[in-house]
Design a protein around this ligand. Structure first.
Ligand SMILES: Cc1cc2nc3c(=O)[nH]c(=O)nc-3n(C[C@H](O)[C@H](O)[C@H](O)COP(=O)(O)O)c2cc1C
Length: 180
């Protein structure tokens, strides 16, 4: 079957993270992002792609900091609140009934109920197509102990992956032999 080039991303199942940022006046913001990927080991760099209209981008443009919160299936009922376009400086974390916790190296808070947190400082941004690519150097990473034992225990943590629209997936771990 041939599908439209505009629907290419529907074939790429992607980790759904929640990016938290903070306004100049110290009000938090949260939004789900599935356009996100690691792009460098050393230094560690992650890229997210944001619409230029988003409060997330407005905050990152102002202070350069963001937290990538990895969320599990248990927070799937919060997506519809986190993705809502509330007025600037209405905190989706609070609206979703989630808990803000202090980050270790950046001002934006983390979401306590998430599985893991990647604290970042923007090192570059570039408009590509209809999104802004935001590259963040990873400053600090933490994961809840019960989900990491040398490897991310995805079957226990159940990180949410986005397929398209209302469809999400949960990963199964499989060992595959690799060249050494
Ligand atoms: C599963 C999911 C993934 C999303 N991924 C992205 C994304 O990668 N980039 C983006 O700009 N918006 C994405 N969105 C839409 C934003 O989360 C949404 O527009 C949100 O209101 C933006 O919030 P903000 O204005 O507070 O930053 C996604 C929404 C959902 C539900």
């Amino acid at each position: 079957m041939i599908i439209s080039p505009k629907e290419y991303y529907k074939l790429l199942v992607r980790t759904t993270v929640v990016v938290t940022t903070i306004s100049r006046r110290g009000i938090s913001n949260a939004a789900p992002f599935s356009f996100n990927t690691p792009v460098s080991f050393n230094p560690p760099i992650i890229v997210i792609a944001s619409s230029p209209e988003h409060d997330t981008w407005r905050n990152i443009k102002e202070n350069g900091e963001f937290v990538v919160n990895i969320i599990g299936e248990d927070l799937s009922d919060k997506i519809k609140i986190l993705e809502r376009d509330y007025p600037y400086e209405v905190s989706e974390i609070k609206e979703a009934g989630l808990t803000e916790a202090k980050s270790k190296t950046v001002k934006p808070p983390r979401i306590k109920e998430a599985l893991a947190w990647i604290e970042c400082r923007m090192i570059a941004n570039h408009k590509i197509g209809d999104h802004i690519l935001i590259a963040g150097e990873v400053l600090h990473v933490e994961v809840k102990d019960e989900y990491f034992n040398g490897k991310f225990d995805v079957e226990k943590a159940k990180p949410l992956l986005h397929i398209a629209g209302e469809l999400f997936a949960i990963p199964l771990a499989r060992k595959v032999e690799r060249a050494r």
